[in-house]
Write a protein that binds this ligand. Sequence first.
Ligand SMILES: [Zn+2]
Ligand SMILES: [Zn+2]
Length: 440
Amino acid sequence: MEKVRVALPTFEVFRAEGGIRVEGGKGFNRVEIRSLTARDLKEGYAVFKTSPAGKPFGRFHTERWSILGIFDNLSRAYEVAKREGGTYRNWVEGWGGHLEVFVNGQRWEVESPFRFEGEVWVEDVWVGRGFHWQRRERAFYKGVFYAYAWGRGVKVVLEVPLEEYVAAVASSEMHPEAPAEALKAQIVAARTNLFRTAGKHHPNEPYDVCAEDHCQVFRGFHVLKGDVLNLSAETAGEIILYAGEPIEARYSKSCGGITEEFSVVWGEEDKPYSPSFRDWEREDGHSASSEEGFRRFYPVEDSFCNVEFHGIENLYRWEISYTQEELTERLKHLGVGKVLHIVPLKRGRSGRIYELSVLGLECERRVKGEYRIRELLGKPFLPSSAFLVEKERGKFVFRGMGWGHGVGMCQMGAIGMAKRGHSYREILEHYYRGGVITRL
Ligand SMILES: [Zn+2]
Ligand SMILES: [Zn+2]
């Protein structure tokens, strides 16, 4: 199976339970390995082997690595590795420097990169850093690791089979109990994004993609559940092409009934395969880009994403309100004084506002960008920027549609389509217009 090399999230400290510890950013490079069965320790290179070998993937046993030895030169390490059935051909050269390696408290200096294999739980890994959902979590990784001396710190790259990577990405992006056809659509989208970005975003670095939003979020294998690995195998190698190139397969939780265009959300050029369209069996002429259009569309119930699923709030429609005092307090950093009106100025076809006026007693301020608008008015974040503002009995009431940016595949809609009997191919053809599903 093809492999993918993922740079794990950048962190100040990479702390792992009973496994590896990597520290960086403090003027030294350091990798610490604990709880290993050490034998035959000699200065130099370490060779590791997971035990027992060949376990089924995705069952989270926490075997420790065993260390086969630390050697004073690389060829001796290769020799032992070979004798023990290891494969150590993948050392990458060119990222020089030395790493300090601590094994059971003992210090060794090794050349970068330092390669090891195993299964490991890591504490406090950032997820979604820089976004409103940012948090830290405990992450599980398994595969071949490379620790690089990187500037003044350490970068850890994980090498894993491609289909396992894709299954893990898809499991963290969609509820693992979603219908199989919806999950398969998500898997093909994740694989497409991998092929679109691999080697392009980080052309001079010794990995294919990073694990963050910049390339595609990979949280580790603790998220892998249910049948996702089998579903990934069922669609193995399939990606979506447009004009011969992998598409930028965007997706969000719920479009709210009409999908949005790239330019509205990211200010970039629109993509021919991601136009705005009705998330339904047929086009019915609705557009929510004007205030009247928005009001006409708001009560419409016929949409794939208007679906019941596992009691998850689908946010097809939602409502949030503020008193004038609350809103004034919330927006005081804008310096407009007491808030009098919130006026949408520009909307995309899905109704998503990308320019807004906040009129206060002292002045007016304009706010641009759907993400910025959601951040500005949410508690702590609005589900989407597709909303109406109405004043009712002294309150500002926001009535909204959808969840997320609304571009590309609507994930609740994919679930809705699967529940109505559509296949993953039909789901992908609906959301990525003119995209051709191709097996590599
Ligand atoms: Zn990246
Ligand atoms: Zn939708």
